[in-house]
Design a protein around this ligand. Sequence first.
Ligand code: GAP
Length: 444
Amino acid sequence: MDKLVSLCKRRGFVFQSSEIYGGLNGCWDYGPLGVELLRNIKEAWWRAMTYREDIEGIETSILMHPRVWEASGHVENFTDPMVDCKECKARFRADQIEDAPCGSPAYRGRKASKCQAEGKFTEARQFNLMFKTYVGPLEESGAVVYLRPETAQGIYVNFLNVQSSSRQKLPFGIAQVGKAFRNEINTKNFLFRTREFEQMEMQFFVKPGTDVEWFEYWKKERFAWFCALGMRQEKLRFSAHPADKLAHYAKAAFDIEYEFPFGWGEIEGIHNRTDYDLSRHEQFSGKSMKYFDEESKQRYTPFIVETSAGASRSLMAFLADAYAEEDAPTADGKTELRVLLRLHRTLAPIKAAVFPLVNRDGMPELARKIESAVRPHFRVFYDDSGAVGRRYRRQDEAGTPYCFTVDSESLQDQTVTVRDRDTMRQERIAVDAIIRYLREKLPT
Ligand code: GAP
């Protein structure tokens, strides 16, 4: 993890939020490469979901009517049990004390469970994870609103708007990508548990009785999505929520977990939410949320199968999966350590780099010409500083799949070398074949 975090900072993937002020716990900023990778992940998800006939997209507001969160059960149930250490004042999630270190610098290396056994902790209190704020100038109870802790509710309250405007029939889904906020008691493991993060959620509305079948369908689809983007299958697994640990809305739930360097962790949840959400919104708003089935002439409340992935957590899993170190030969016949990101080509932030071998003899001019021809089609990076071997290493760390180098031969025959990031193999291709080459290699 330390190596990954360090690479993220060094190469401009992820920075600590407000770093010059000492950072803000649980918040991170995405740098030039990170934001591109994050956008590529979200775009791949958006395409997989909404380019289907049976799923519509939506973008709803972060602030919603406060009754939404009463109806959804979040005001009452979205809590974690919290305890405080009476001695060092550190705060812990009561259900996660086992692995936590003691909060006092005076007891370095000590486990919090030891302090608990010694009776240093307060009784557990329930702590609501929703961030509260106020609309308008007065900070009074009637003006309270919440930063959404999941994007799902914006979809549920718009179910009939989307269904009638798009003339969809059941079964169909609504997809959304957006920010969610949770005032986590303990943030941890880099981007894994943060207070501000992005979700990619899809709610699939189905006829009651067909929900189990659709649940199985979406489990398979979502697992396959991660594999299709290059994630190693042996690093992924399903984990079922036991009946006594199910969220307040769920009839069945499975997590897709990735084996991070710190252990297995959830990257996506697939939930059978039954008719809980639509029924509750009907009850709390007084507006019907029922669907009229023209075929059977029945009116009923659909069941919902939800797929809920964290965009930032997926990014961390894709990065961890892509990170590799290997011995690579140097020009003088020795070997050196090569660090690279074997990111899937669809996700790679930069698709191609162009280098002049040296900064003279017309090489930079030809390299610049190639760069400007490629730029309208693919994200390309021009680099003319340092030895070419070092330039390759920099692009390896950025996960760039192809590097094109202009050398003296290029000036004679209008060819360049193209180097493959993963195999380090080089071949010569014609300058005017570069775009065609990239189109063939890089799926859209
Ligand atoms: N709408 C259902 C829902 O929100 P969840 O299991 O609480 O379910 C879904 O969250 C996904 O959102 C998780 O699998 C994870 O990828 C991401 N997620 C949840 N809490 C997070 C946090 N504090 N930091 C980063 N990602 C988080």
